[in-house]
Design a binder for this molecule. Structure first.
Ligand code: NAD
Length: 257
């Protein structure tokens, strides 16, 4: 079945993995809804550029994924949602005893609870359409832990658990729910972590990349946005119709250790 003309809502998609996934889906004819919490000219231009480059409908809808009402309103404003990519996420690195409470609350809300709210709003829409794909961009940190990332690891493990529940609740329908668990991808999120990791470990930024960040990734290579977009496209294909409730790790071997 062709994906042409279907609509994908991608949370947190004005940069990084979300934007890459949106572009890849648009390339194969999927209409896309971009999102973040800002509402700048640049945000709307990203959507306009995708529309003119790929000849699809592309919109940018502002919604703050830390707010349950905004998450649900995003799906409502999108009007339709055949493919839901829960991708919005932030990071903060600190030991548990010093972890700022507001950062904990924000990470749990944006990285985990938002996926619950958007999925709850999107499932009835998918059921009406008779087809759907829920794809959660979790992390290798949904399967493994690292020090100083209590909120992120908790949220991503939560997303993996929620993915399995959604898969069970939709198992008899033409809807699937899966999580992609990337290792490190060199996006803005990781670029910000390099100085923070260097500080926590008391080492230089180069050492932080080599000895801490890519230390976990046996391939010693960053995962690319294009590779993740390819996995999303596969999960939307007919070949993946019976793949549901699982995690696909794209982590250079990290979680095989
Ligand atoms: P990124 O910082 O480029 O993208 C994060 C996106 O989330 C941005 O578009 C940002 O605007 C958006 N966002 C942040 N707060 C938001 C809010 N309150 N409401 C709506 N949108 C919000 O980083 P990325 O690496 O592309 O991250 C995308 C996803 O991939 C995240 O969930 C992240 O945890 C996950 N991930 C990233 C890596 C990596 O190494 N980069 C690895 C595994 C998983």
């Amino acid at each position: 079945m062709s994906l042409k003309g279907k609509t994908a809502v991608i949370t947190g998609s004005n940069s990084g993995i979300g934007l890459g996934v949106a572009r890849e889906l648009a390339k194969i004819g999927v209409n896309v809804v971009l999102n973040s919490y800002t509402d700048g000219e640049d945000d709307h231009k990203l959507a306009a550029d995708i529309a003119s480059e790929f000849g699809v409908t592309a919109r940018y809808i502002r919604a703050d994924m830390s707010k349950s009402g905004d998450c649900r309103a995003l799906i409502e404003k999108a009007g339709t949602c055949d493919i839901l990519i829960n991708n919005a996420g932030i990071q903060h690195v600190a030991p548990v005893q010093d972890f700022p409470i507001e950062k904990w609350d924000a990470i749990i809300a944006i990285n985990m609870s938002s996926a619950f709210h958007t999925t709850a709003a999107a499932l009835p829409v998918m059921r009406d359409a008779g087809w759907g794909r829920v794809i959660n961009i979790a992390s290798a940190h949904g399967l493994r832990a690292s020090p100083f990332k209590s909120a992120y690891v908790t949220a991503k493990h939560g997303v993996v658990g929620m993915t399995k529940v959604v898969a069970l609740e939709t198992a008899k329908e033409p809807i699937t729910a899966n999580a992609i668990c990337p290792g490190y991808v060199l996006t803005a999120m990781v670029e910000k972590q390099i100085p923070a990791t260097a500080k926590e470990y008391g080492i230089s930024e180069d050492e932080a990349i080599e000895k801490v960040i890519l230390a976990k990734q046996p391939s010693k290579e960053f995962v690319t946005v294009e590779q993740l977009a390819g996995i999303v496209t596969f999960l939307c294909s007919d070949a993946a119709s019976q793949i549901t409730g699982t995690t696909i790790a794209a982590d250079g071997g990290w979680t095989s250790q």
